[in-house]
Design a binder for this molecule. Structure first.
Ligand SMILES: [Cu+2]
Length: 98
């Protein structure tokens, strides 16, 4: 499938060269040390999904981490940290975003 392949390539290019002035998806890893049982990630995920601009939330419960993909024209790491904190789970970005 040529189209899917070029779409994927395009997505990879877009992620690699986050062009300024063009809404590009960004992914940030948040360390959420307060996730202690299997129900916690659900709360964290819901809180993050409510943030405008968030397109994907992937919880890595074993690592107590959440991978959040978002549109950096609509939200930012601070807002994501605030969202989990307000839900009762303070978090820290693994690599402070530029
Ligand atoms: Cu829990």
């Amino acid at each position: 499938m040529k189209n899917i392949k070029s779409l994927l390539t395009g997505a990879i290019v877009a992620l690699t060269f986050a062009a300024p002035g063009w809404a590009s998806p960004k992914t940030v890893t948040l360390n959420v040390s307060g996730m202690t049982c299997a129900a916690c990630p659900i709360t964290v995920k819901k809180a993050l999904e409510k943030v405008g601009g968030v397109s994907k939330v992937e919880v890595r419960f074993e690592k107590k981490q959440v991978l959040v993909t978002f549109d950096d024209a609509k939200t930012n790491t601070d807002a994501l940290v605030k969202a989990t904190t307000n839900a009762g789970y303070p978090s820290q970005p693994e690599n402070a975003a530029k």
